[in-house]
Design a protein around this ligand. Structure first.
Ligand SMILES: Cc1cc2nc3c(=O)[nH]c(=O)nc-3n(C[C@H](O)[C@H](O)[C@H](O)COP(=O)(O)O)c2cc1C
Length: 201
């Protein structure tokens, strides 16, 4: 799907959702999309970041990743969000970013964006689905078109079978428990393919 513009917008403290975002980028590029990987602005105080070595290391390693803006939303035909679960919900950093799009929403520029979402949590059933659904609620208010993976490919079963969006468990060692790379790439390709239909390619 050449010429589909995809923004992969993520928040990550310790790198899981950053890795998911990069896999989404790779999958989308395989089908010819133009992709931007963008983080949302951090809201936590520096002291909190410094108190967690994994968080501090990830923040430093991704300092050069551009921050998402309203202009990026306007630019994109499709958006894939990736966020960690926070008490069964979207992290405040992503919520703040969404809440800053009131002007864009008010001018009709969020309508018909093709969107999809991914999440991680510390437990296999720690709220990933609730987080994704919560994000999708906001997307309905945007007039966006949700491109959930459903059960559209066998690869999704091996990745936990979450039809709302790819989800993964972050183990105690900080690494992902399930192998979800294929599911992420499938979700990204599907999002791009649907966006291609919406923009008329
Ligand atoms: C404030 C806070 C709330 C969290 N809430 C949950 C939760 O409800 N369920 C769960 O399984 N894990 C929870 N976690 C663990 C995170 O979801 C996990 O560390 C995250 O998915 C890792 O993603 P990241 O590496 O991209 O930051 C929480 C972590 C923090 C710091």
């Amino acid at each position: 799907m050449a010429n589909v513009k995809l923004a992969v917008i993520y928040y990550s403290s310790t790198g899981t959702n950053y890795e998911l975002a990069r896999w989404a980028e790779a999958g989308a590029k395989e089908v010819g999309a133009e992709v931007k990987v963008l983080k949302v602005p951090e809201l936590a105080p520096q002291a909190a970041i410094d108190s967690n070595p994994a968080w501090k290391a990830h923040a430093e390693a991704t300092a050069d990743v551009p921050e998402a803006t309203s202009a990026d939303i306007e630019w994109a035909d499709a958006i894939i969000f990736s966020v960690p679960t926070r008490f069964g919900n979207v992290p405040s950093q992503m919520k703040q970013f969404l809440d800053m799009q009131g002007g864009l929403w008010g001018s009709g520029k969020t309508v018909n964006k093709v969107v999809s979402a991914m999440s991680s949590a510390g437990n296999p059933h720690g709220g990933q689905e609730a987080t994704i659904l919560s994000l999708y609620t906001s997307m309905m208010h945007w007039g966006a078109i949700i491109a959930a993976p459903g059960y559209t490919d066998q690869v999704l079963y091996g990745a936990g079978g979450n039809p709302y969006g790819t989800s993964v468990t972050q183990g105690q060692d900080g690494k992902m428990v399930e192998d979800v790379e294929g599911a992420v790439k499938h979700q990204a390709k599907r999002t791009v393919e649907i966006a291609g239909r919406v923009v008329g390619q």
